[in-house]
Design a binder for this molecule. Structure first.
Ligand code: FEO
Length: 405
């Protein structure tokens, strides 16, 4: 795909990765894009690069507009390899360019490349770069989502180049939100936003709220948000800011996700009466078997619902390994404002439900204890217990959810 003008003399010059399905362990069934932007001003300025393997794509996009040797400034908003691993190829063609980067970004870059021949200007929040008619202001966003991260605001264009924030792993020929919604669907776009937030930004809700508040206090006008992945928000940039605030405040739907694994189907059999009980309390419920579902999909579905039940058989007095892996992964994402409970079958000693409850306490989630254990295959009497367990959990989810109204 060739360069696309997104604002007067500001071009998307990125790459579309239709084929990527595993992004450092996070599944990307819709592929992704690596977005970067070229400002054709008196001082030609490139903001961000793309992932290795796509260097020639962005270089060709740039060459169709200008000789890369004429690039005066290269802004590096974020040094994760999907954005910076072709920087050396760009700098070969633009050796006189000055790189604008945060202090932490520079230290990280020094570990990735021989930077000894490159010129740098270290920037912090509020620092500016005048390129001619445009004035760029840098805004550090540490831990959103790496320590080096920053955003670049182009004042006259009312354009916020936001690196990973507000992005989506979504490969599409559409460059803008309105185009994508017209050609595909709003629901698919929203699902991509939630997927990205849940798997990458969930731990940073407080920082996101603080940063959006800072943006609002600065009084900067934004009529376009251009992230480094997926579509660019031009129709309603305010809607993605509000969606991020909602997610940072822990907004969830009044639904339940059941996430389980099973050895000889006993834990799986428990899900049937449990989900009947949930349904009879009037709540929708999605069921996910871990070994049949990529981890990042399970994380996304967990994040969508106010309530979650974890089902695990007991293996060697502990959680089943796939369930333990999921809970460890979830703990790292520091989820908030969710209620969670556990169930599972056991052969002799039990232990999985107890372990799960300990994990819930470590995560400081609202725990629905003590959970439910069943010996071996559920009997008719056990099925009744499971049904009541599902109903009771659904009642607790409704009560807990009412705190967020
Ligand atoms: Fe898209 Fe944090 O890299």
């Amino acid at each position: 795909m060739r360069a696309v003008e997104i604002k007067p003399d500001i071009y998307w010059v990125g790459a579309i990765d239709w084929a990527v399905r595993d992004f450092h362990g996070y599944v990307t069934p819709r592929g992704t894009t690596y977005n970067n932007y070229l400002i054709l001003d008196e001082q030609i300025t490139l903001v961000d690069t793309v992932k290795y393997g796509f260097a020639q794509v962005t270089i060709d996009n740039i060459k169709r507009l200008v000789d890369p040797a004429k690039i005066v400034n290269v802004v590096v908003n974020h040094i994760e390899p999907d954005h910076v691993s072709s920087l050396d190829k760009v700098m070969e063609l633009s050796p006189d360019a000055t790189i604008y980067i945060t202090n932490r970004g520079k230290k990280g870059l020094d570990k990735l490349f021989d930077t000894s021949k490159w010129k740098f200007r270290i920037v912090k929040t509020g620092d500016t770069l005048n390129t001619g008619k445009y004035n760029l202001t840098f805004l550090e966003t540490p831990m959103l989502h790496w320590p080096d991260s920053m955003m670049t605001y182009v004042k006259k264009a009312k354009l916020l180049i936001s690196q990973d924030a507000f992005g989506q792993h979504l490969a599409t020929a559409s460059r803008f939100d309105d185009e994508f919604i017209e050609c595909a669907s709003l629901a698919e776009l929203e699902d991509s936003v939630i997927d990205y937030y849940a798997n990458i930004l969930m731990p940073f809700g407080s920082l996101i709220k603080a940063k959006i508040t800072e943006l609002q206090k600065l009084g900067i006008e934004i009529d376009m948000i251009a992230p480094d992945h997926g579509i660019i928000w031009r129709k309603e940039p305010g809607s993605i800011l509000q969606k991020y605030l909602d997610m940072a405040n822990g907004k969830a739907s009044l639904t339940i996700t059941v996430i389980y694994d099973t050895m000889w189907h006993s834990t799986e059999l428990m899900t049937l009466p449990i989900t009947r009980g949930i349904k009879d309390e009037g709540l929708d419920c999605k069921v996910i078997k871990l070994r049949a579902t990529p981890m990042s999909v399970a994380i996304k579905e967990f994040w969508k619902s106010r309530g979650c039940l974890i089902g695990s058989p007991t293996l060697n007095n502990l959680l089943y390994p796939s369930v333990a892996e999921f809970l460890i992964h979830l703990r790292g994402l520091r989820p908030k404002n969710r209620i969670i409970g556990a169930f599972g079958s056991y052969g002799w000693g039990g232990g999985a439900v107890k372990e799960a409850n300990e994990e819930f306490r470590k995560m400081k989630l609202e725990a629905f204890e003590p959970g439910l254990q069943v010996l071996s295959k559920p009997s008719l009497e056990d099925e009744t217990k499971c049904y009541e367990f599902g109903r009771d959990f659904a009642k607790s989810v409704k009560e807990y959810h009412s705190k967020f109204d």
